[in-house]
Design a protein around this ligand. Structure first.
Ligand code: AP5
Ligand code: MG
Ligand code: ZN
Length: 209
């Protein structure tokens, strides 16, 4: 009792399993899941001075920094412990994050590009509760139906092969420098994310102990 909840940053390419492992971290440590991707998907057609998030997301491009910085600042203000997923995605976001919070753990889930393509094109998501599945690697009990809430599963608009390739390129160009940024600070904990979901979770647990 009275123990502080950890503030965890989960870095990794699209499809690395950030959302999947965040679910585990949230249950294990009673954390808030702060994820810019989910927040933006819930507000895809919101008008901003830069246009709507959809215009960027469906093309696999980054939504402009001021929009995502505001989402993260608001979410972290209310959070005690959290797992941050999908942010920061470029150096300027990483510098902004430094100004507004202090991290306890920086985890980097690394996965090979071919495996990422398989994971993303086979992903299915619950539009109601956000739970993530995979047609081969993480099947629901009944095909096409969410175990948690019974809703019909759908595919994300940006999980087509073309957009996935663009997202991976955007990651290499903008987000790999963020990985280097934390590595240079000596804070980065590298985790092999090519293993099964349970295997990766065991690795994460043992590094946090
Ligand atoms: P976002 O929603 O953050 O997408 P992403 O980073 O591309 O990551 P994903 O959610 O696709 O993958 P994940 O790592 O969560 O993997 P998951 O656990 O689902 O961002 C979407 C868009 O929003 C961006 O393109 C951008 O436009 C915008 N955006 C978001 N944040 C932004 C920011 N900070 N700045 C600017 N723009 C921003 O797993 C993937 C699949 O694999 C699932 O099917 C899962 O079941 C399966 N799986 C998971 N783990 C394993 C495993 N170990 N083995 C086998 N299968 C596995
Ligand atoms: Mg995700
Ligand atoms: Zn559901």
């Amino acid at each position: 009792m009275g123990t502080e909840r950890p503030r965890i940053l989960l870095l990794g390419p699209p499809g690395a399993g950030k959302g999947t492992q965040s679910e585990n971290l949230v249950s294990a440590f009673d954390l808030d899941h702060v994820t810019t991707g989910d927040a933006l998907r819930a507000n895809k057609d919101m008008e901003t001075e830069y246009g709507t998030p959809r215009e960027y997301m469906d093309a696999g491009e980054l939504v402009p920094d001021p929009v995502v910085n505001e989402i993260v600042a608001a979410a972290l203000e209310d959070a005690d412990g959290y797992v941050l997923d999908g942010y920061p995605r470029n150096l300027s976001q990483a510098e902004y994050l430094d100004e507004i919070t202090t991290l306890d753990h920086v985890l980097f889930l690394d996965v090979d590009r071919e495996e990422l393509l398989r994971r993303l094109t086979g992903r299915r998501v619950c539009p109601e509760c956000g739970k993530t599945y995979h047609v081969e690697f993480n099947q629901p009990e009944t095909e096409g139906v969410c175990d948690a809430c019974g809703s019909e599963l759908t595919q994300r608009d940006d999980d087509t092969e073309d957009v996935v390739n663009e997202r991976l390129d955007v990651y290499d160009e903008n987000t790999l420098p963020v990985v280097e940024y934390y590595r240079d600070q000596g804070e980065l904990i590298e985790i092999d994310g090519n293993d099964s979901p349970d295997g990766v979770w065991e690795t994460i647990q043992s590094t946090l102990e």
